[in-house]
Write a protein that binds this ligand. Structure first.
Ligand code: ADP
Ligand code: NA
Length: 356
């Protein structure tokens, strides 16, 4: 088997929260730390995706810098991973266009992302609802999965670490790679068995979805209007304790784990279980240790665990922004060069195959 190529991306839309950290970033760093020397890892700040919804240009620039500082703070290392900004590698947009010319509108219309960004029911189709002929549905938002496919396929990625919410998009990437390879089979030499685009596999994140602290039936998200709904990797000790203290739980006596009937408490236990790896064999087991605790005492423990893990990340983040680990623009440039080299190698074959 050829060595793995791992790719994943995160939008520069604000400081990462606990869900991003446990569900994605910490997992990325772990994959990096456990990688063998012949494996390649690429982690991208996907700013082209961030403009599928309205952006403030100055804010976007700042957020891009902050995301780079965050990626370094969680332990990604530019010597071991290619860490780069998507928009600085123009091959992403180029491959997206080529793939668009062969992407089915029908398939895209069944994807969920554009519907949730527009708060439309998942049964909505762009072809049957007059509401969707409105200026609100932008072409970029609709074709977002094609850009995501380009991001992945550009590096001949074999594995994409994702949360469960993203598996639909991976399926689309596989589909689009296979149909491209079918339309444009590789040239007979030098190596006829290697297709031009590689259908990727997923690596599911070990952490389950972290839920909002204020509405524990919704996922913790950067786009939630209530800042108390999430803990940021930059939160101070005081903010962590305050947010956990005000987290919505219930008035049932004692502590138990049941995400359906006790989503708030179960979310706190999940956070603790995932933060403190190895502390228990499952969240259910961990909950048993806390059975007799008051809600207040449980929250104290959760806040303390979060603080112990998150504060060092926050401190590294601040140091990175101050330039303590080197100039962020220089670090981004190293990533750009590494990513572009690999991207261009793929694009040469793609252009050739297509006749460009
Ligand atoms: P957000 O939904 O907050 O805007 P992104 O869409 O930028 O975050 O997600 C970046 C990464 O973080 C993705 O891999 C996603 O699966 C993961 N992620 C986001 N929110 C959560 C969450 N609440 N729990 C676990 N993982 C999450
Ligand atoms: Na999201």
């Amino acid at each position: 088997i050829p060595p793995r190529v791992i790719f994943s991306g995160i939008q520069p839309t604000g400081v990462p929260h606990l869900g991003n950290y446990l569900g994605a970033l910490r997992h990325w760093a772990k994959l990096q730390d456990e990688a063998s020397p012949d494996e390649k890892l690429l982690y991208s700040i996907v700013d082209l995706h961030a403009i599928t919804v309205k952006q403030d240009p100055a804010q976007l620039r700042q957020w891009r810098k902050e995301m780079l500082a965050s990626l370094l703070a969680v332990g990604l290392d530019p010597k071991r991973s290619i860490i780069f900004c998507q928009s600085q590698v123009p091959q992403h947009a180029e491959l997206m266009w080529i793939l668009s010319c062969n992407a089915s509108m029908g398939y895209l219309s069944r994807m969920t992302q554009w519907k949730s960004k527009l708060s439309l029911p998942q049964t909505a189709s762009p072809f049957d609802s007059p509401k969707l002929s409105s200026p609100a549905l932008k072409l970029g938002l609709f074709s977002y999965p094609v850009l995501q496919a380009a991001d992945i396929l550009l590096y001949r990625t074999t594995h994409v670490p994702v949360g469960e919410d993203q598996s639909q998009h991976l399926e689309f990437s596989r589909e689009i790679a296979s149909s491209f390879n079918h339309l444009f089979p590789p040239p007979p030499s030098p190596n006829p068995s290697v297709p031009i685009l590689v259908p990727p596999e997923t690596i599911l994140s070990p952490a389950k979805r972290i839920m909002s602290l204020t509405q524990p039936t919704k996922k913790m998200s950067k786009s939630d209007e209530d800042p108390r709904s999430r803990i940021l990797i930059t939160d101070s000790q005081e903010e962590i304790y305050k947010k956990i203290k005000s987290a919505l739980t219930d008035s049932i006596d004692g502590i138990s784990y049941d995400p359906d009937t006790r989503p708030g408490v179960s979310n706190l236990i999940d956070i603790m279980y995932h933060m403190d790896e190895g502390v228990a064999s499952s969240a259910e087991e961990l909950a048993k240790d806390f059975k007799g605790l008051s809600m207040r005492a449980l929250k104290e423990k959760v806040a303390e665990t979060i603080e112990v893990h998150i504060r060092p990340v926050g401190e590294r983040y601040e140091a990175n922004l101050r330039g303590a680990t080197g100039d962020l623009a220089d670090i981004a440039e190293i990533g750009r060069v590494g990513a572009e080299r690999r991207a261009e190698a793929t694009m040469r074959e793609v252009r050739e195959a297509v006749g460009l």
